[in-house]
Design a protein around this ligand. Structure first.
Ligand SMILES: Cc1cc2nc3c(=O)[nH]c(=O)nc-3n(C[C@H](O)[C@H](O)[C@H](O)COP(=O)(O)OP(=O)(O)OC[C@H]3O[C@@H](n4cnc5c(N)ncnc54)[C@H](O)[C@@H]3O)c2cc1C
Ligand code: FES
Length: 294
C-alpha cells in the first residue's frame, strides 16, 4: 500500500535536511518515542531506517526528518508532496522506558539526531520530568527543530562548532558543567556515533565526573529491522553481541563498544559511493532527456 507525502519542507539552510509528513494511519496509531520505520521508496530501492520524529494519531500521520547522505536518502528527498512511497514498515524498535525520575534528565541532540530527541523529550516531559536539553550543530544554519525542542524543555542550551549560535564548542562542554554542579538522573543522546561516544565517555564516571546512566540511539546499518539479517549487530564491552533493531535502537551507552561500531559503519563506503554516483548520473540523464523532449 503506497503512502502519500502530505508535506515536505527544507530545514535550516543546509539544503540537505528535510522534514516530511506521511499519511500512515496504522503506524501513527502505534508509534512511540524510540520507534523507527523502514522506508523503501520504489521497487528497486533499498530499505532505510528513519526515526518516527513525531506522530499525529488524530490525522494519521508521522513526521520524518531526513538528512541526505547517500543514494537512498537523496531519492527519498527528491520526492514531492503528493508522491507516494512504496513501503513504510513499522513502528519498529523498542519504545523508550518512561517514568518520573527524581532528578532532571539531560537530552543531548546533534545534527539530524535532534529531531529524534523530540518524541523522547516530549513523552518524558509529559511524565512530569524536568528536561535539560543541549543541542549541537556545526553552525547556526544546521540547527534544526530548535523551537520544537524548546517547547518540551525546561532549559535549552545551544552549542555550535563555529560559535554562530550559543556556546562555541561541542555538546560535552555544557554537559560536563551540568553533571559537575547538579544531580542528573539520566542522560539521553542521539546524533553522530562520534558525538554519542564522547557523551558516553563524559558520563562513564571517569575524569573526576560522576557516573550518569546514559542511553544512546544506535544508527547502525539496517536491512530487515527484525533481528534476522545481523547487519545492525554491535559488540558490547563485555564481549557480547546485540542487535540495534530489536535490542534498541536505544541502549545503555556504557556497554557499547563504540570503536568497533565506528569501524563497522564504514564497511560499505565504496559501494555507497558508486551507488550515489550511479543515481546522480541517472538524474542528469533524465533531466537532459526531459529538456530535449520539451
Ligand atoms: C534506527 C535508525 C534511525 C535512523 N533515523 C534517521 C533519521 O531520523 N534521519 C536520518 O536522516 N537518518 C536516520 N538514520 C540513518 C539513515 O538510515 C541513513 O543515513 C541512511 O540509511 C543512509 O542511506 P543512503 O543510501 O542515503 O546513504 P548510504 O549510501 O547508505 O551512506 C552514505 C553515507 O552515510 C553513512 N551512513 C550510512 N548509513 C548510516 C547510518 N545508519 N547512520 C549514519 N550514517 C550512515 C555512510 O557511512 C556513508 O558515509 C537512522 C538509522 C537508524 C539505524
Ligand atoms: S537490521 Fe537485520 S538484524 Fe537488525
Amino acid at each position: 500500500m503506497p503512502y502519500e507525502i502530505l508535506e515536505k519542507i527544507e530545514l535550516g539552510n543546509s539544503r540537505t535536511i528535510f522534514e516530511m509528513v506521511l499519511k500512515t494511519p496504522l503506524i501513527a496509531k502505534k508509534s512511540y518515542a524510540g520507534n523507527f520505520v523502514l522506508i523503501r521508496v520504489n521497487e528497486t530501492g533499498e530499505r532505510i531506517p528513519l526515526t518516527v520524529a513525531d506522530y499525529d494519531r488524530e490525522n494519521g500521520t508521522i513526521t520524518l526528518v531526513i538528512q541526505v547522505v547517500g543514494k537512498s536518502t537523496k531519492l527519498l528527498c527528491n520526492q514531492r508532496v503528493g508522491d507516494k512511497i512504496l513501503d513504510v514498515v513499522g513502528p519498529l524498535g523498542n519504545r523508550i522506558h518512561i517514568e518520573k525520575y527524581e532528578h532532571p534528565i539531560a537530552i543531548i541532540g546533534g545534527g539530524v539526531g535532534i529531531a529524534a530527541c523530540y518524541p523522547q523529550a516530549k513523552e518524558l516531559k509529559e511524565a512530569g520530568n524536568k528536561i535539560i536539553t543541549i543541542l549541537g550543530a556545526r553552525s547556526k544554519g544546521l540547527l534544526i527543530w530548535r523551537d520544537k525542542m524548546d517547547s518540551v524543555s525546561d532549559e535549552l542550551i545551544i552549542t555550535t562548532n563555529d560559535g554562530s549560535e550559543g556556546i562555541k564548542g561541542v555538546v560535552t562542554d555544557p554537559l560536563k558543567e551540568i553533571i559537575k554542579k547538579k544531580k542528573i538522573s539520566l542522560v539521553i543522546t542521539i546524533g553522530p556515533l562520534i558525538m554519542m561516544k564522547y557523551v558516553v565517555l563524559t558520563t562513564n564516571g571517569s575524569g573526576g565526573l560522576p557516573k550518569v546512566k546514559t542511553f544512546v540511539s544506535l544508527n547502525t546499518i539496517m536491512i530487515d529491522g527484525t533481528g534476522m539479517c545481523g547487519s545492525c549487530r554491535f559488540s558490547t564491552l563485555d564481549g557480547g553481541v546485540q542487535f540495534a533493531c530489536v535490542d534498541g535502537p536505544d541502549v545503555d551507552g556504557h556497554i557499547v563498544d563504540f570503536d568497533n561500531l565506528l569501524k563497522r559503519a564504514n564497511r560499505f563506503l565504496e559501494q555507497e559511493k558508486h551507488s550515489l554516483e550511479w543515481y546522480d548520473e541517472k538524474c542528469r540523464a533524465l533531466e537532459k532527456y526531459n529538456k530535449e523532449v520539451d
